[in-house]
Design a protein around this ligand. Sequence first.
Ligand code: NOJ
Length: 561
Amino acid sequence: MTMPLTDTPAIAPTAFTRDPLWWRSAVIYQVYVRSFADSDGDGTGDLRGVRSRLGYLQELGVDALWFNPWYPSPFADGGYDVADYRGIHPAFGTLADAEELIAEAAARGIRTIIDIVPNHVSSEHRWFREALAAGPGSPERERFWFHPGKGPNGDEMPTNWVSNFQGDTWTRTTNPDGTPGEWYLHLFAPEQPDLNWNHPEVRAEHEDILRFWFDRGVAGVRIDSAGLLIKDPALPEVPAEPRQGEHPTEDRDEVHEVYRAWRRVVDSYEGTRVLVGEVWVPDASRFAAYLRPDEMHTAFNFDFMTRPWSADELRASIDLMLAAHAPVGAPSTWVLSNHDVTRPVTRYGRDDSGFAFAKKRFGTPTDLELGTRRARAAAMLAAALPGSLYVYQGDELGLPEVELPREVLEDPMHFRSGGIDPGRDGCRVPLPWRGAATPFGFSPDGAGHAASAAPWLPQPPEWAELTVQAQEADPGSMLWLYRQALRIRKRERSLGDGPMTWMPSEPGVLAFSRGEDVVCVTNFGAEPVALPDHDRILISSAPLVGGLLAHDSTAWLHRTA
Ligand code: NOJ
């Protein structure tokens, strides 16, 4: 076990003991550290950069921050290839920086959620290097999925499973004497070898990692690829139509025991620390099984995020997901985007406004004005639904997906698609804070600073109009909408966790009430529509037209009970 490098800072007990149900209604802001704010001018965001912007996040009105992996990593997959789970990437800062960030955020009433990546490690992780060095049959290899190849020379892969990043899932090793060796499994890139979760040391290690971070004041963990941990040790091929729980690498029943053990760790801490699962499981009831009372607290609701801009589709998704959550007593989450998917203002401005990894292409025609209008309406719809809300950094600025030149792309999804899929770098471009030219305040650019390196991904010049500074001066901006909506969401007790009731509405319109006094109505149609009864309009995503709700817009109404 690695010893802490610094003393654990004292966290005021009140920061975690107040409101044990905070996670049921929380607004959680996702910080992609590499692209949030760069304090030292190397073109890469860092923890001191985040610390310097805590005031911005507090003003936005968020309750918690979820940080994408901030650990030492070769960045073969943007940090989801972790070399040391108890450290901080040197480009991001130090463990002491993380501890100070957690404590400072807590002092402002903002909790910290970190990303845990249990399915795989980096090929630079000590365990994997030891496994390669120790050779076939060694105990070091048992922590992974090493296997002899098929065929007379062992040069055929053990299975034909397809990677989540497309392509093969097995890579052949070279023995210490230079001869071709065993193969190892990686459901993602070859730099991300999968761990063997049947091995007790793998389980013990991760429970210890949880404690390491909870001891430092972390309020929760987001669990990466949570449904993939357990593999069928018989290594069968994927059946043409796998029955539930029968897929050799996805959503296997035994995975739940892992999260029950994690829940016991979580519950041994004071305050409510939470488990948030990244669970891509298409069947809603199988998805909800991860949220039984002795497992995770919440999981990302991706069904809503992937649906097109359509009243019928989104209503069907809301009904499906609320019904799935009800039997397990967990609140739903509402998520419009994250660091893996096309930004909402771009998505909703396309003919096909749903999201699917397999359908991403360069040069897709996009109406950004329409997309932005719909993204405003969608943000308010999502914020009015029962449960917690996730906001991916930059969505509050209405940043579009950036179509980057191929030569700057880093994402393995792009390369493993043979260059067909633009990958996920386009939603990871560093944020624009102020000024008229790149780096738009992302890196230090004022007097007294040496010139900063260019941001690690280039920012489009037209982002001058989308900086925080520009939007703060414009009451019609996306940033104003988010700030106001989140303020109202916090103030109106009927919003957040709790019941919702559909109200009658014409086709192309969704209307529902929250409690006795708040109504949310979204017009997906082309024509303005009348508002339901109300005594005042709390907020609307677009100006009303002659008292009517305009096309592609959402309003929150107050009515007297
Ligand atoms: C899901 C993460 O969100 C994504 O960014 C990553 O590439 C994969 N899991 C693999 O860790």
